[in-house]
Design a binder for this molecule. Structure first.
Ligand code: HEM
Length: 417
């Protein structure tokens, strides 16, 4: 991969990846003080993580908006952990699915449960295991990172949020599907269009020829794995994935792979740039990077809440939750639970490592967590190797972290040299 063939339309990338233009970025405050107050009162509250702290904008995330349902939110580590581990009572799919709403993503593993979820997930799990990380780094991550730095190295300044952080995960996941960089932004646009079904046409248009090409001649990529994967059906008979299954799988991986890591990478860079002592420590000792990436995810998880649907009437922490309710797990608040972390609001990679919930936990724990970690670590390593004296641009507006159901930075303005 060369810098010439990954040049992305900078205006369009800014439009697609600007947190301020994103409706999910409409919340510009810091939700953590209010979430602390809620947790201090009780671990579980009726209401959503947004409405409970006075946010009146659109709430579009797991199980939202669903005004006809009752919503509950857990704010401490133990309750969030218990909910996502209780697979009897709490599911990804509702007990009463609305056929009108079950559109393109209906056959996505994110909304499956139990054995069916396990069978689908196991098809791609090996490609995302720790042993496969050198495959990702060598084929897509490091070449993309280097080509992007080539494109702005001589200018002495950049907004890394769009020119770098947004491009790396999109180009990586698209590359692993055999999708050319020229189509990468169309893919991003189609997986983020308001209704999943609306972007599906363009996604299918790009993927269908690749599916056919890989059926004829498999390559060493993810789309070949999906095309050739055999799954056992509900009766235990093996069958290849249908095109519809492949497109739903691809939709999920392309969406999850291109959105989250971008924002978490920006958060990690801002945390480091605000703490030059840690930037220096990582430059001296690259083995500290794992702790830095983990601490950034604990401190400011880009997806601070997920949720589950109650499949039975449950009483939890003294609150009656009727079947059909949405139970939100505020992973962000759980990650700052003071009963688990001292000085939880501080970004401190030196703290004793403890499991946090930034990548979820249990059966639906993030499939791409290893990939996300190596993308961020590879990006930081390359920046430190190639851009001497990297620092926040003193003449640019200081970056801030915004958004409620998806959090990310407004910009990462840097200078070097
Ligand atoms: C820093 C970046 C990322 C963060 C913070 C993140 C976060 C999460 C979280 C919290 C969940 C669990 C949701 C729940 O509990 O309901 C999840 C699930 C998932 N993530 Fe990620 N993710 C990231 C990157 C990625 C990447 C790079 C990919 C793929 C290329 C990916 C693919 C998935 C998939 C497929 C699931 C659903 C797994 C299942 O249902 O079994 N994620 N992610």
């Amino acid at each position: 991969m060369t810098s010439a063939n990954i040049a992305l339309d900078s205006g369009r990338i800014r439009e697609l990846f600007d947190m301020r233009r994103n409706t999910l970025g409409a919340f510009t405050g810091d939700p953590y003080p209010a979430w602390h107050q809620l947790r201090d009162t009780a671990p579980l509250h009726e209401g959503t993580a947004g409405r409970l702290i006075g946010f009146e904008g659109d709430e579009i995330f797991f199980g939202l908006p669903e005004p006809e349902r009752r919503h509950f939110t857990a704010f401490d580590f133990a309750t969030c952990d218990e909910i996502v581990r209780n697979r009897e009572a709490f599911w990804m799919s509702p007990p009463d699915p609305d056929p009108e709403k079950a559109r393109y993503i209906e056959s996505s593993m994110l909304t499956m449960d139990g054995d069916r979820h396990r069978r689908y997930r196991s098809l791609v799990q090996p490609s995302f295991g720790p042993e496969q990380m050198p495959w990702w780094t060598k084929n897509w991550v490091r070449p993309t990172v280097d080509a992007l730095i080539d494109s702005f190295e001589s200018s002495g300044r950049a907004d890394l949020n769009v020119e770098f952080c947004a491009a790396i995960p999109t180009l990586t996941i698209c590359g692993s599907f055999g999708i050319s960089p020229d189509d990468a932004l169309d893919i991003r646009e189609s997986v983020t269009s308001a209704g999943q079904g609306e972007g599906a046409g363009r996604l299918a248009q790009i993927l269908q020829p690749l599916i056919e090409a890989r059926r004829a001649e498999p390559r060493d990529d993810l789309i070949s794995i999906l095309v050739n994967a055999e799954i056992t059906d509900d009766e235990g008979n093996p069958e290849v994935l249908s095109d519809r299954d492949i497109l739903a799988f691809s939709w999920l991986l392309l969406a999850a792979g291109s959105g989250t890591t971008w924002k978490q990478m920006g958060i990690t860079l801002v945390a480091l740039l605000r703490h030059p002592e840690w930037l220096e420590a990582v430059r001296e000792n690259a083995s500290l990077l794992d702790a830095v990436v983990e601490e950034s995810a604990r401190w400011e998880a880009t997806d601070p809440t997920f949720g589950r649907f109650a499949h039975q009437d449950v009483t939890l922490r003294g609150i009656d939750i009727p079947k059909g309710s949405v139970v939100h797990v505020c992973y962000g608040a759980a990650n700052r639970d003071p009963s688990r972390w001292e000085r939880p609001d501080d970004f401190d990679p030196g703290r004793t490592p403890r499991t946090n919930l930034a990548f979820g936990r249990g059966a639906h724990v993030c499939l791409g967590k290893n990939l996300a970690r190596i993308e961020i670590a590879t990006a930081v390593t390359a920046l430190l190797e190639r851009l001497p004296n990297l620092r926040l641009d003193p003449n640019a507006e200081a970056p801030s972290i915004i958004g409620l159901y998806e959090r990310g930075v407004t910009a990462v303005p840097v200078v070097w040299g």
